[in-house]
Ligand binder design. Structure first.
Ligand SMILES: [Mn+2]
Length: 312
């Protein structure tokens, strides 16, 4: 049995294995990604519902539960994760020594699914996955890997994992008009998506680091976009609305007339914004005009229950 199918079934399947076994898993993922390389922007058909999750930051329990939800639908829903899988792990407390590896098991589970079902499970890149190009404050991912596999092995496993994460797409667009990216819109002058390049730092900063002007908090990187710029960027992309992650205080809140929704899917941020571990369903209807057309769910008593977002 391939490691990717075992890790897709259980995010902790590799937690008792050695570094060489973990490398076997990474090699399986790499060959799958090489066989199905992602474009910078993924165009997703709107023939099936799409489940979207926000920032995870090591909460592989929430991720596994979201993937299980989409898998149990018939046919299975497509699935998009909006980035920020690593760092600050994991449940309840950032980086607790007693629960090592939340980031690594999150990444392993997501990459295993991407390898097993590449046209169905699309993990987008977050700013924490692009940290070798634009550094993030207080990273913990390398430290987690060092705790799991020891200092020597970590020196090679960390760059091998990062190499895979740097192949993730930067954004996605659905056939019914939803733009999906971690933080924001492409900067002015980026041109059409087929001209976008994964190593363009301005594009990375716009899509992965930027925030809306509303409630803007300076991060020292990433600019603020106005509602007017947001609307024009979406028009250029042929989209009506956007779902993103990145700003915890906006989680579960729709702004810009319902055309910009922020989600977080992590117990780490369950108390932020409109609160909860959230997931949004994009139904297979011809046109999505605003967050009113989506179905939002929140983890409650261990299952995904309908939830009303807040409108600002
Ligand atoms: Mn982020």
């Amino acid at each position: 049995m391939r490691w990717t199918s075992r890790v897709a079934a259980d995010p902790l399947a590799l937690s008792r294995e050695t570094a060489p076994v973990f490398r076997e898993f990474l090699a399986e993922v790499r060959s799958s990604l090489e066989a199905h390389p992602w474009p910078v922007l993924v165009d997703l058909p709107a023939d099936r519902a799409i489940q979207v999750v926000g920032d995870i930051h090591g909460d592989y329990v929430a991720l596994a539960s979201a993937l299980k939800f989409r898998r149990e639908r018939a046919p299975p829903d497509r699935f998009v994760a909006l980035g920020d899988y690593v760092d600050r792990a994991t449940r309840s407390q950032p980086d607790p020594a007693s629960l090592p590896g939340g980031s690594l098991w999150t990444v392993a589970h997501l990459l295993a699914w991407a390898a097993e079902a590449p046209s169905e499970v699309i993990p987008l890149m977050g700013n924490h996955e692009s940290c070798r190009r634009l550094p993030v404050p207080g990273p913990t991912f390398f430290r987690e890997i060092r705790r799991i596999f020891g200092p020597e092995e970590a020196l090679t496993i960390y760059p091998e994992v990062m190499d895979l994460l740097e192949r993730l797409p930067l954004a996605a667009r659905t056939g019914n008009g939803v733009f999906l990216a971690h933080g924001g819109i492409p900067p002015h002058g980026s041109g059409p998506p087929d001209a976008w390049r994964r190593d363009d730092l301005a594009l990375l900063e716009g899509l992965l680091w930027a925030d809306p002007e509303v409630g803007y908090q300076d991060r020292g990187i990433g600019t603020a976009y106005s509602e007017d710029r947001f609307r024009r960027a979406l028009d250029d992309l042929g989209c009506r609305m956007m779902v993103k992650g990145h700003a915890p205080h906006h989680s579960g809140v729709a702004i810009f007339g319902g055309r910009l929704l922020t989600l977080h899917t992590s117990d780490l941020y369950a108390g932020f914004g409109h609160t909860g571990i959230l997931m949004a369903e994009i139904p297979p209807i011809p046109e999505i005009r605003s967050a009113r057309d989506l179905r939002i769910r929140r983890v409650q008593d261990g299952s995904w229950q309908p939830y009303s977002i807040r409108w600002d």
